[in-house]
Design a binder for this molecule. Structure first.
Ligand code: KG4
Ligand code: ZN
Length: 343
């Protein structure tokens, strides 16, 4: 059996073909970074227009690389939400049309669940219960999973996402877009102790995150020290800022691990590419004696392989519905309630 996954939730157009043994035959990702770079962030209208221009090519290319034709695809899968509504609708409409025309089932997939699933693409036997720390440009969340497809959202950001904080500070310093990978590179040679950041703590016992305070503190330090991208202290500032974000993430993960006693930990999402975070996550897991899993870079940022993989997982446990032509996209995080999540 072959499954074709489509992902267009934000600014990457992606299509991927998987076999039912979860082997990835292709995973084509067309980034829109160049289009959004002049604005220092994703412009929703430009993103959806670009998806419309790219989707046919990206799907064709994924089939070509997988050496299969559309007629051979048994199931279609697509990201339904959360994300930019215009972008989501491009992928969803395209997938619906394919499903309708070829009379094959269409499996809608949640973007956050797909990010968690990305860790399973390369590691089939991750032990449950587990905690998944999902860190991306739009989300910073911790999920507790007792078993496959059972998601409990136990912590989320109350304001900015971690990736968004990286991108905004990079924009302010005119470093380029997206800011996360640029800061990762520049911070490598910086002294992370040079500038002090207090780590945000929730006053209640919540496992939620908040990054807007760190961002404001960063802007204050930039102004007080008259930092620019060419300032000799800039790399130290970036390393200190990156360290503060990493410490915030690991602090909450630690709290969650104490409460939920997981057997495994997953780190996923675009920011999971960050080297300082990867290192801190692996060190933490080692200290705690908990198994740790991070997808390789190509499965961290938005990609359709994780969409197809999650759909395959759903096929094992859920009945395949007929073509749901009235299926709609949802822009915001879904209220996860274990296995029974439904709109
Ligand atoms: O998962 P993703 O592709 O999109 C969302 O679902 O949001 O994540 C994109 C985010 C951007 O904010 C980008 O700056 C960040 O991931 N990112 C990084 C790195 N690579 C990508 N952040 C820090 N270090 C990196 N190496
Ligand atoms: Zn994402």
């Amino acid at each position: 059996m072959y499954i074709l996954g489509i992902e267009t939730s934000c600014d990457e157009t992606s299509a991927s073909v998987l076999k039912d043994d979860f082997s990835v035959l292709s995973n084509v990702i067309l980034s829109q970074d160049e289009i959004h770079a002049p604005y220092g962030g994703v412009v929703p209208e430009l993103a959806s227009r670009k998806h419309i221009n790219s989707i046919t090519y990206v799907v064709d290319e994924s089939l070509r690389q997988a050496k299969v034709t559309l007629e051979k695809i048994d199931v279609f899968a697509v990201t339904q939400g959360p994300g930019l509504i215009g972008s989501l609708l491009v992928g969803l409409s395209f997938a619906k049309a394919l499903s309708f025309y070829f009379e094959k089932p269409l499996i809608p997939v949640d973007h956050l669940q797909a990010h968690i699933e990305s860790a399973f693409i390369e590691n089939k036997d991750i032990n449950f219960p587990l905690l998944a720390l999902l860190v991306s440009g739009g989300h910073t969340s911790i999920f507790f999973m007792q078993e496959k497809l059972n998601y409990q959202l136990i912590g989320k950001t109350r304001d900015d996402a971690a990736g968004e904080a990286f991108d905004k500070i990079a924009k302010f310093l005119d470093l380029g877009y997206p800011g996360g990978p640029i800061i990762d590179k520049l911070a490598e040679n910086g002294d992370s102790k040079k500038f002090h950041f207090s780590i945000p703590r929730m006053t209640d016992s919540s496992l939620d995150f908040s990054f807007s305070g760190l961002k404001t503190a960063a802007l204050r330090i930039i102004k007080e020290n008259k930092l620019t991208k060419d300032h000799p202290d800039c790399v130290d500032f970036l390393a200190s800022f990156e360290e503060a974000i990493v410490r915030t993430l690991i602090f909450n993960l630690n709290q969650a691990a104490e409460r939920f006693q997981p057997q495994s930990l997953i780190l996923s999402g675009g920011v999971a590419r960050n080297r300082r975070l990867r290192k801190a996550f692996l060190n933490f897991s080692k200290e705690q004696g908990i198994e740790a899993y991070i997808p390789s870079a190509k499965y961290c940022t938005d990609n359709a392989a994780m969409v197809a993989a999650l759909a395959l997982e759903k096929i094992r446990t859920q009945e395949l519905a007929s073509v749901p032509l009235d299926l709609n996209a949802y822009p915001r995080v879904f209220p996860f309630k274990g296995k029974t999540w439904k709109k």
